[in-house]
Ligand binder design. Structure first.
Ligand code: GLU
Length: 283
């Protein structure tokens, strides 16, 4: 018997959820219901500087108020660093990662001095400075305790991943993998032994997520995730990137632009059923 679809909502507890986050959660939940699948909640709290337990508790309370329920236990990324370390080790053994000692300032200076600076979906691509260090120098600097991130050597990675790869988006169809779209992405940060891209790819596989539903802002990130799946021999889920809720001026909702939190709406007396229906959900 084929196993039931598994879907998830994976917020980061960096503040209160706003209506756009609520929409995304409802979207995943509704898709799980439509597919007769399971619904998981995952707390993406690798950024210990910005994530707070009180935000997590408030987030779960807001989602429950919105009418969602999910399986227990909830996976909290900060408790699974060993899983991400193991994946990083595999990529290291394949010769696909390198330590990067650059600061943001150094990267900006290098890019400013270059005749042309390739851009990716999130801005300027890393110019590859530390990729050119000799193995000996890189090892010495690591051994000397110099702070460093680890980056994926995306050109080598694409070669190892081999033949053409694809991923499937429910709304936009089959996507040909663009391995270099984001350049040499960070897989472990200076302050955290993993990164968003690595943790999300490992977790979706470990949790058996078959359908990744999330906002269009993460569409391009799926190229990185598909590449990592190929390298780590992980299954490729199906993707469904939904459009983002906008404010009346056509801007994407964001906490920093004053979007109302679910808590504020609740305090104003909004009812969850009415809010769900206003967002287009019929349950
Ligand atoms: N944690 C990510 C965020 O809050 C979402 C990750 C994902 O859905 O893949 O934006």
């Amino acid at each position: 018997m084929p196993s039931a679809p598994v879907l998830r909502f994976a917020p980061s507890p960096t503040g209160r959820l706003h209506v756009g986050n609520g929409f995304s959660a409802l979207y995943s939940f509704a898709a799980a219901q439509r597919l007769g699948g399971r619904f998981l909640l995952r707390v993406e709290d690798i950024d210990q500087g910005r994530c707070r337990p009180e935000h997590e508790a408030a987030m779960l309370a807001d989602l429950a108020w919105l009418g969602l329920h999910w399986e227990q236990p909830v996976r909290r990324q900060s408790e699974h660093m060993a899983d991400y370390a193991a994946a990083l080790k595999t990529l290291d053994a394949m010769g696909l990662i390198y330590p990067c000692f650059c600061t943001r300032k150094q990267i900006a200076a290098e890019v400013a001095a270059a005749p042309s600076a390739p851009h990716g979906p999130d801005g300027i691509l890393y110019p590859g400075t530390c990729r050119h260090l000799s193995h000996g120098e890189a090892q010495d600097r690591v051994a000397g305790g110099e702070p460093h991130a680890f980056r994926l050597d995306v050109e080598m990675a694409a070669k190892q991943a081999g033949t053409k790869l694809y991923w499937q988006d429910r709304q936009q169809g089959r996507q040909t993998l663009q391995p270099g779209l984001h350049g040499d992405v960070v897989l472990a940060r200076k302050d955290t032994p993993t990164s968003y891209h690595l943790a999300v790819t490992v977790d979706d596989a470990l949790q058996g997520v078959s359908h990744v539903t999330r906002g269009l802002d993460l569409f391009a990130a799926s190229h990185v995730h598909r590449l990592l799946q190929a390298l780590l021999d992980l299954p490729a889920p199906e993707y469904d990137h939904h459009s983002l809720i906008q404010d009346p001026d056509g801007n994407r909702l964001a906490k920093r632009h004053g979007a109302k939190s679910l808590e504020e709406l609740r305090d104003e007396g909004r009812r969850p059923g009415e809010l769900r229906r206003s967002l287009g959900f019929e349950f």
